[in-house]
Design a protein around this ligand. Sequence first.
Ligand code: OMP
Length: 237
Amino acid sequence: MENSLIIALDFASGNEVKHFLKPFTGKQLFVKVGMELFYQEGPSIIQMLKESGHRIFLDLKLHDIPNTVKSAMKGLASLECDLVNVHAAGGKEMMQAAIEGLEAGTGAGRKRPACIAVTQLTSTSEKSMQKEQLIPVSLQESVLHYAALTKEAGLDGVVCSAWEAVSIREKLGSDFYTITPGIRMETDQVGDQKRVATPEFARKAGVTSIVVGRSITRSADPLKSYEKWMEVWKGVE
Ligand SMILES: O=C(O)c1cc(=O)[nH]c(=O)n1[C@@H]1O[C@H](COP(=O)(O)O)[C@@H](O)[C@H]1O
């Protein structure tokens, strides 16, 4: 899990994914399948990516009553992805149920997929969190609170922005994963993200791994762009 650059395959179909991955033939990537792709293609897209040897983060952000999340996770475990996630806002009981489901659905002798919880989406600003979710604390506090709850529930880490990673590591230890989207080079379009950081900043903050989508997937030359990203991500200390 450590030091990975996870490519968000936010595409509408398996064919678009195949087209995108063509120049990467022979490379073993860490890719993320989110709801856009999974809702269109279902489990077959996971199969296809696994056959090419890629590691997979199945990002479906489960958020429902504990019983439903447990059953859904039991089914998802059979896809044998490396990483799955839930929303921490679903609560401790829901997160515990997610782990129970994953354990129940993981075959004997296998390791369950790692499971992390989204704290506050990187598209959420402190202002909108306070105004729309009526959470009367700072964004850092809210993220730290969710991270602590996630650890108590027995999950492996959180999704957060790189801006919160240092406090999470200080409070919960560096074994607890901090997976950070909202990563942009200085010259990239920010789009709908609010809490953005450069790969250099993320590296210095000691995040476990970064998630990069549009900066690579929408670039004119995705392979060249990926290689440039890897150089920056791996190169700075
Ligand atoms: O769980 C996620 O992966 C996620 C959580 C979060 O807080 N923010 C966030 O952007 N993501 C995902 O990370 C990816 C970011 O993509 P780009 O903004 O295009 O780099 C998207 O696939 C989002 O669904």
